[in-house]
Ligand binder design. Structure first.
Ligand code: SF4
Length: 487
């Protein structure tokens, strides 16, 4: 199971900044309220340290109303969480108004691990300057703290954000859509914001809600109340008595902000932003291997009608972003090349080739191609079983050389493992081949062919190391590849 992520919001509702549009800048806070927030925060930190492993929680992000990083208890708590062996990463949203040197020394003193801290730094143009904000971002980055920076896409602020982008160099600058704009962005504005934030197009998409995509997330409030995400309604269970994550519930029509849609289990979130996409720090892979059936496109029955389905809009947007960033997009499919290209004709122009026929055929378009071939001496023995075992034999060849065999049954008669074993017992050179079952298809390829092996070869051809590649799939055939090329 993928590790889970939680968001935490304390009872704090105040900020040291006074941005004109923000309700928290006007909310004065008393010592008593601050005390309450501190006590609740420490109770939460201790509780999370104790239960992260049992609840399979790998990451936390603090999303306060107002500014939390001006309070030392957050510095120390984040340090302790980052030092916890069960926590992969601990992040917090901040306006970055704190003293970086004081924070770093306190964080270090409390045993914090900078590489496990994540900062989501929001630029507030009314309260700070581009150079002051960018200098702080760079200072934190130089101390090994991963972070993203960003701001609301106010059209009037475009020149400032363009300047900030320049100053931030390789630190990602996100742009949130402006909710109070009361009009659509013009084409020119959209393009300008996309120039700043290549993922801005995702901000403008409508993402219909789907609670099934929110199984590994939870939003925890200071008093222990729970929600599935920051905008969904309160659940019945309480954090203090939680034994396992509840079944996600959602009454929303849309996942309308990054904290909602960015934390869903959609694979494109992880391809673009790594295992904990809510931190919003781009993963920047150099190559991505994508399974077709059940991943890029809905699954289809073999031997059924050809299905040229559309790729989901969020997947399409992600693919286009990756292609623009010159990431090598590669298919990783059990389909033969021609069928894969036919099914993916709307997106094939974005792809540089891939792994086909379960790894028996590798292609780097217009550069290299290889096949893992099979001896065909045993084909006649298998063909003799056609009637008895109710299958047709489909063969796939390159220049006459066999590289894949499909034993195709009617759609209503899927293969069982025992039947497949019996049939494969008639293959004379059994060690030279491997087989896998896809519903009504028993697929036979060379023992050297597989998606993981194919990904390794393609990475070598492209001179890309395994850590710079990501793989996505949904079947047993994808498991090994996904283990090696994890997000
Ligand atoms: S609104 Fe929140 S809980 Fe509902 S589907 Fe979207 S992200 Fe999930």
């Amino acid at each position: 199971m993928d590790k889970r992520m939680i968001l935490y919001r304390g009872s704090l509702k105040s900020c040291n900044y006074h941005c004109s549009y923000c309700p928290f800048s006007k909310h004065p806070i008393s010592e008593r309220e601050l005390d309450r927030d501190r006590v609740q925060w420490w109770a939460f930190v201790k509780n999370l340290q104790k239960r992260a492993k049992a609840l399979h929680i790998g990451a936390l992000m603090v999303v306060p109303y107002g500014e939390a990083m001006i309070h030392r208890w957050y510095w120390e708590g984040m340090a302790q969480l980052s030092a916890s062996a069960d926590i992969d990463a601990a992040g917090i949203q901040t306006n970055l108004s704190f003293s970086v040197s004081e924070f770093l020394s306190s964080f270090e003193k409390a045993g914090g691990v900078p590489e496990k801290l994540r900062l989501w730094a929001t630029f507030h143009p009314e309260m700070t300057t581009v150079s002051e904000f960018a200098a702080k971002c760079r200072e934190l980055q130089n101390h090994g703290i991963p972070l993203c920076a960003g701001s609301v896409g106010v059209p009037e602020n475009l020149p400032l954000l363009q300047a900030l982008k320049q100053e931030l160099n390789d630190i990602y600058l996100w742009v949130n859509k402006m909710d109070g704009l009361r009009r659509s962005y013009t084409q020119e504005e959209r393009e300008a914001f996309e120039e700043i934030d290549p993922y801005f197009v995702r901000e403008l998409m409508r993402v219909p809600s789907n609670a099934a995509m929110c199984q590994n997330r939870l939003f925890v409030e200071a008093d222990g109340r729970l929600r599935t995400c920051n905008i969904s309604s309160t659940l019945e269970k309480n954090w203090a008595a939680l034994e396992d994550f509840p079944i996600p519930e959602c009454s929303r029509k849309q996942c309308s902000c990054y904290l909602a849609y960015g934390g869903r289990g959609d694979f494109m979130n992880q391809v673009l932003f790594g295992p904990y996409p809510l931190f919003r720090i781009p993963r920047c892979p150099k190559a991505v291997f994508l399974d077709i059936d059940g991943t890029l496109l809905p699954s289809k029955d073999y031997g059924g009608e050809p299905c040229i389905a559309d790729v989901a809009p969020d997947v399409m947007a992600g693919l286009e972003i990756l292609a623009r960033q010159k990431v090598h997009l590669l298919f990783a499919t059990t389909l033969p090349y021609r069928e894969a290209m036919e099914r993916c004709r709307k997106i094939r122009h974005l792809f540089a080739g891939g792994i086909f026929a379960g790894g028996a055929h590798l292609v780097l378009e217009q550069k290299r191609e290889t096949f893992y071939e099979l001896e065909d001496t045993w084909l006649a023995d298998l063909a003799a079983l056609k009637k008895e075992c109710c299958f047709r034999v489909l063969t796939y060849r390159n220049c006459g050389k066999l590289y894949k065999v499909t034993l195709l049954r009617p759609a209503h008669r899927p293969w069982l493992w025992q039947e497949a074993e019996m049939v494969m017992g008639h293959v004379s050179d059994r060690k030279a081949v491997r087989y896998y079952i896809e519903k009504n298809c028993l697929q036979i390829v060379s023992a050297d062919a597989g998606k993981a092996r194919g990904a390794e070869v393609l990475c070598r051809w492209l001179d890309i190391s395994a850590k710079d590649a990501a793989a996505v799939g949904d079947s047993r055939e994808d498991e090994e590849m996904m283990k090696r090329y994890r997000f």
